[in-house]
Design a protein around this ligand. Structure first.
Ligand SMILES: C[S@@+](CC[C@H](N)C(=O)[O-])C[C@H]1O[C@@H](n2cnc3c(N)ncnc32)[C@H](O)[C@@H]1O
Length: 373
């Protein structure tokens, strides 16, 4: 990750020779440093007196950075020093998530423009159509698949979300409708063609403006519940589902696509991954889980795994429900559950536990607490 501190900030001229001063960084320089979306950048920008005001300027820069194809863009503006903005560009969701949640802790100091600026188009899309899932796939019949059942199925019927799969093959141009070709340099398998993918993607973007574009790929940023929550408040998602050996790399250079992994496993295609991701989003849509459950208590929501559950009968195969859960003492029950959640996380997911205690130990300033604190 690089932090760029160019004193005056970003110069929107795409041509470096036309930069306003040596104290600016140009889009070309940002694109080169972003290494086609392989690296995350945090870029300081000092706002100008450009027409339309600061919010409009931030929006223009967000759009310009998105156009570089370097991945997701977040903009965090320091309110008390209103000319100061930090743009985060890059494929690493954990960087966006960490800075977004840091900023969210201090709403009087920071405002998150990517969240607000999730472009007016996106907000309008969500208002008009609810949450829209647009999988780009060679197997459109796989959708909604399991999401046509149970809670997600009822929400689909009621119009809370909709599913509009796009058949990638329709965008092939030869008479055989070819979507893949052999890998350059040799090797096994086939690769999805960039020109066909781009045509399908451009069609989807035109039909569903403002939707974030994701691609299912094992090399992507592992999906998190925090990212799912962000997607679930947005207009939906266009999801590229790979097959064979995957995508021609140039699609990631030419379009702003967030690469998402569903874990360190290899699926036979992106469709299953897309279904998982959509299921996780859909259950969070308003009204889907019903008033009784907000989902706030689930594993990962507070950085911990969930505590264990029990239900009747009180004794089964000689095993009795823990006494405290039958005590009716809500404070004791809450304390027991917290302890169980912590124990389970520590033993089963040391990685989560490490992050959890790290976050707990870190005071608002970002420095570690001392023993005395
Ligand atoms: C057989 S896989 C290709 C694997 C690829 N050659 C590699 O080694 O990374 C075919 C497609 O399944 C999807 N896929 C497989 N595993 C995935 C994972 N863990 N997360 C997200 N998508 C995955 C991707 O869309 C991928 O293009």
């Amino acid at each position: 990750m690089l932090f760029l501190d160019p004193d005056n900030g970003i110069d929107l001229h795409p041509d470096a020779s036309r930069r306003r001063s040596g104290k600016h960084v140009t889009l070309n320089e940002i694109a080169a440093l972003a290494q086609n979306g392989a690296r995350s950048l945090i870029i300081y920008h000092h706002q100008t007196r450009a027409k339309g005001g600061h919010a409009a300027e931030i929006q223009r820069i967000i759009e310009a950075l998105e156009g570089l194809g370097g991945g997701r863009v977040t903009a965090i503006r320091a309110r008390p020093y209103s000319p100061r903005v930090f743009f985060i560009l890059g494929p690493h969701n954990e960087v966006h998530d960490a800075l977004t949640s840091f900023a969210a802790q201090f709403p009087e100091v920071y405002e998150n423009h990517a969240a607000q600026g999730l472009q007016k188009v996106a907000v309008a899309e969500r208002e008009r159509h609810g949450f829209t899932a647009v999988p780009l796939t060679l197997y459109p019949d796989m959708f909604p698949g399991p999401l046509g059942h149970s809670m997600a199925g009822r929400a689909l019927e009621s119009g809370t979300w909709s599913c509009a799969p796009v058949q990638i093959r329709h965008f092939a141009t030869d008479k055989h409708r070819t979507v893949d070709d052999t890998p350059a340099g040799g090797g096994a398998g086939m690769v999805l063609k960039a020109d066909v993918l781009a045509a399908a993607l451009d069609h989807a973007v035109a039909a569903h403006p403002g939707l974030p574009i994701l691609a299912m790929t094992p090399r992507g940023t592992p999906i998190t519940q925090a990212r799912i929550r962000q997607l679930a408040v947005g207009p939906g998602a266009i999801i590229l589902c790979g097959r064979f050996e995957g995508f021609d790399e140039r699609i990631f250079e030419a379009r702003a696509i967030e690469e998402v992994s569903m874990g360190d496993i290899i699926l036979s295609g992106g469709e299953m991954g897309a279904l998982l991701l959509l299921d996780a989003c859909i259950r969070l849509l308003p009204g889907v889980m019903g008033a009784a459950s907000s989902g706030d208590d689930e594993s990962f929501e507070n950085g911990l795994l969930e505590y264990p559950h029990y239900t009747r009968p009180a004794t089964w195969e000689g095993r009795t429900i823990p006494e405290v859960l039958r005590s009716g003492d809500h404070a004791k029950i809450a304390a027991w559950r917290k302890l169980q959640a912590e124990d389970h996380t520590r033993l089963r997911r040391p990685d989560l536990w490490e992050r959890h205690i790290d976050a707990r130990a870190r005071p608002a300033s970002g420095a570690r607490r001392t023993e005395k604190d």
